[in-house]
Design a protein. Structure first.
Length: 647
């Protein structure tokens, strides 16, 4: 380390002082920095990856700086440094090089490192051709299909998403590689005997490698795990022979294969890197078989990292929860224990405490960093986002419960003819108000801008109240899903039909017959015997004064829409051979039928005079003609005996 590494780092005049009494310095050296020379106390620590350089080691170097009158210190280690050493060394002018940095220096400058430490040169492996099970390894080096540095870069890339990896160890899986020098002799018909010298390289798993590509390394970094097998060696020798034969001309005869030499070496089939990453270790294998294995964290480790009260396992990591007096924390760890995300949210109880003076709580929603609280102060609804104890933002979003109730009660009183006797109000992104009284109930949905829609349900009391506001005399009756009400003002009769939602589906107005007679007598001054007939569209009136019928029709609005004066003819019945009488609805005139011996005659009565308007014979033919005449001349038809049919 002292002779190979320190000069590459710019040190000169290197003096080794190491030993039991080195007083904290393995070496003293001088370095030119910015045109000034500094004397360094250098300490080198060869530690396992699990052992960190601690404060005691740093203290030794600080003592050495004093003893040797040095300007600065440098500690080089194969492992790493405790956090306290990293912090204190910076303030004490002591530089640090850990195992990762050391490895990079070795690779950068191509510094040769022994393949294996001398004390580990003897390995235990399976019995091989002619070798004992425990022997000193004799080989010609290792062939690396991929360099250690390239494999290291690939390994780091595979776990870079987890965090910053720190190399802990390297293990090279070395399989036995044989390089055969072969001489083949064979005859070709007509051309004589020929010979061919060639090389073949094959690993114990039967993989052939071009000898031209093989460069054997005598030294490397890390530890090596050797894999070999005698039985496979014998099979490989036979396989190599067959492959040599297959490469000879197809018409070769008398083939003789001679194995001139076998070089025993190794091929690095894969390289296993162990990294300290986060709070655990990751093992990455590069080569024939590539895989990543992360040593899982325990619950106790996760709890120690986050001080969490609740821990959940999630894909590729952990979700942890903890609280303090004001905040809740959600911490996301990846699978190696590195904190990827921390979300802090104020406690719900604290958020509610901060907004309690604003109004009554209607709704609380969780946000990523706080709480969205909806509050009602009666007049207004406010929405407050509480992110921190000093970060509360509120805005008015609509009317409050008291305002919504006032809007509903005003409409209820105006429509339902009663004051509500009970109510219920609920918030649901607006207000749902239920009002109940003796006349029914109403359900209001009042939006935050004060607009509303209503669903009403009335009963008989509503209809009575409605009728009472208009009439002194009324009747109400429930008929299935409808309510029927009838009221009168003395002159007209009114009927109404409501559905149960309070919609007035039907209204009818009918004039009172006595009022109709009164209207006629008052307006026309007619007196006499009165007869009335109520019809759908009004009242028919017949006032008989003397021998004249004064006929009127009054509609349901109180208007005289038709009038007619007609002679009363009942006095003529039984006189002057009158055999039939009545009224013709086409002319509106009275008509009589008189027997005049050999024929029948028809007369209109106009005043006190009779005007003949037609006749018919008494014979069969005459009757037929008479019947035909009645059809073609409707004026001669006696249509009715009731004078009211004329209007």
């Amino acid at each position: 380390m002292i002779s190979n590494v320190l000069p590459k780092l710019g040190f000169s005049h290197v003096v080794r002082t190491g030993g039991p009494n080195d007083k904290g310095c393995d070496a003293l050296a001088v370095k030119d920095e910015d045109y000034a020379f500094y004397k360094y106390c250098i300490q080198i620590k060869r530690y396992e990856s699990t052992r960190r350089v601690g404060v005691d080691d740093l203290r030794e170097v600080l003592d050495g700086i004093d003893v040797y009158k040095c300007d600065k210190g440098l500690i080089i280690t194969t492992s790493g440094f405790s956090p306290e050493v990293i912090v204190r060394a910076k303030s004490k002018n002591v530089e640090l090089i850990d195992g990762i940095a050391l490895e990079n220096i070795i690779q950068k400058y191509g510094i040769s490192v022994p393949l294996i430490p001398a004390e580990e040169h003897v390995k235990v492996h399976k019995k091989e051709e002619g070798e004992s099970s425990v022997t000193k390894v004799k080989d010609d080096g290792i062939y690396f299909p991929i360099s250690v540095s390239e494999a290291l870069d690939r390994a780091k890339n595979k776990i870079a998403h987890l965090g910053e990896p720190k190399l802990s160890s390297i293990t090279i899986i070395a399989k036995r590689l044989y390089i055969f020098s072969i001489k083949a002799s064979f005859k070709v018909p007509g051309k004589g005997r020929r010979s061919l010298s060639l090389k073949k390289a094959m690993s114990i798993d039967g993989k052939e490698i071009s000898p031209d590509n093989i460069i054997l390394e005598k030294s490397t970094v890390g530890r090596i795990k050797y894999i070999t097998n005698k039985e496979k060696f014998l099979k490989i020798k036979e396989e190599v022979k067959q492959r040599v034969i297959s490469e000879l001309p197809s018409n070769s005869e008398d083939i003789r294969i001679k194995e001139e030499s076998v070089k025993k070496c190794w091929i690095a089939s894969s390289i296993e890197f162990t990294f300290d990453i986060g709070y655990t270790k990751a093992r990455v294998t590069i080569g024939d078989k590539e895989e990543v294995t992360v040593e899982p964290l325990t619950l106790e480790q996760v709890r120690k990292i986050t001080n969490a009260e609740k821990i959940e396992k999630i894909p590729n990591g952990w979700k942890c929860y903890r609280t303090d007096d004001k905040y809740e924390y959600e911490i996301i760890l990846n699978e190696v224990g590195i904190i990827k995300q921390t979300m802090r949210r104020i406690k719900r109880s604290i958020a509610l405490e901060l907004t309690k003076e604003i109004g009554n709580v209607l709704e609380v929603k969780e946000g990523a960093e706080g709480y969205l609280i909806t509050l009602d102060n009666g007049k207004e609804v406010k929405e407050c986002y509480v992110k921190d104890v000093n970060d509360v933002m509120c805005k008015t979003i609509g009317i409050g419960s008291k305002t919504a109730l006032e809007i509903s009660e005003k409409d209820f009183t105006n429509f339902m003819y009663a004051q509500p006797t009970s109510y219920n109000i609920v918030y649901d992104n607006g207000w749902k108000v239920l009002l109940i009284s003796t006349t029914g109930k109403c359900e209001y949905i009042v939006s935050l801008d004060g607009k509303f829609i209503v669903n009403r349900e009335i009963n008989e009391n509503y209809c009575k109240a409605w009728l009472a506001s208009k009439f002194t005399d009324y009747v109400v009756k429930r008929n299935g899903n409808e309510i029927v009400g009838v009221g009168t003002d003395g002159n007209f009769n009114y009927s109404f039909v409501w559905d149960l939602k309070g919609n007035l589906k039907q209204t009818m107005k009918r004039i009172n017959k006595d009022y109709a007679v009164k209207l006629v007598k008052t307006r026309l001054g007619v007196e006499g015997n009165v007869r009335t007939l109520e019809v759908n569209d009004g009242v028919k009136i017949d006032i008989l004064s003397g021998n004249i019928h004064y006929l009127f029709k009054v509609n349901n609005e109180g208007k005289i829409v038709k009038s007619l004066n007609v002679m009363e003819i009942s006095a003529f019945i039984g006189k002057n051979n009158i055999i039939d009488w009545g009224y013709n609805t086409t002319t509106g005139k009275p008509i009589i039928k008189v027997d005049e011996g050999n024929k029948y005659s028809y007369y209109f009565i106009e005043g006190n005079e009779f005007r003949k308007v037609g006749e018919e014979g008494k014979g069969v033919f005459s009757k037929l003609m008479s019947g035909f005449r009645k059809v073609v001349d409707p004026k001669l038809r006696i249509d009715t005996k009731d004078v009211m049919d004329l209007i």
